[in-house]
Design a protein around this ligand. Structure first.
Ligand code: 5GP
Length: 112
C-alpha cells in the first residue's frame, strides 16, 4: 500500500492543525491555503483518488461529505466551495483522497 503525507498525518506521525476527527475521517488546515479558510477532509483509509474508491467505500464517501458539512458549520462558514481533484491532470498532488473546503473569498466559475 503506497503511503503519503496524509497517511502520516492520519496516523499522527507528522503534525497538522486538526479541526475534526473520528474513527473514519479527519479534517485539518491546508499548509498552503488558497483562501482565507482552506481545510482538507480525508478518510483514514488510504484511497489514492476518488476513481479508485470501491463499491464498499460508498458509505465512507458520504461520511466525508457529511464531515465537510459539519466542519463548515463548526467554522461558521456560510458560502464555501467543495473541491476534489482526481488525478494529476485535474490538479491532484497528494494521492490520498481528500476534499478541499475553501471559503472566505469570492470564487469564480468555471474554476481554473
Ligand atoms: P491536491 O492538489 O492533491 O488536490 O491537494 C493537496 C493539498 O495538500 C494542497 O492544497 C497542499 O497545499 C496540501 N498539503 C500538501 N502537503 C501538506 C502537508 O504536509 N500538510 C498539510 N496540512 N497540507 C498539505
Amino acid at each position: 500500500m503506497s503511503d503519503t503525507i496524509f497517511g502520516k498525518i492520519a496516523r499522527g506521525e507528522i503534525p497538522a492543525k486538526v479541526v475534526y476527527e473520528d474513527d473514519r475521517a479527519l479534517a485539518f488546515h491546508d499548509v498552503a491555503p488558497q483562501a482565507p479558510t482552506h481545510i482538507l477532509v480525508i478518510p483514514r483509509k488510504p484511497i489514492p483518488k476518488l476513481a479508485e474508491a470501491l463499491p464498499d467505500d460508498a458509505a465512507l464517501l458520504g461520511h466525508l461529505l457529511w464531515v465537510a458539512r459539519q466542519v463548515a458549520k463548526n467554522e461558521a462558514l456560510e458560502d464555501y466551495r467543495i473541491v476534489i481533484n482526481n488525478g494529476a491532470g485535474a490538479g491532484q498532488t497528494v494521492f490520498h483522497l481528500h476534499i478541499h473546503i475553501l471559503a472566505g473569498r469570492p470564487f469564480s466559475w468555471p474554476p481554473g
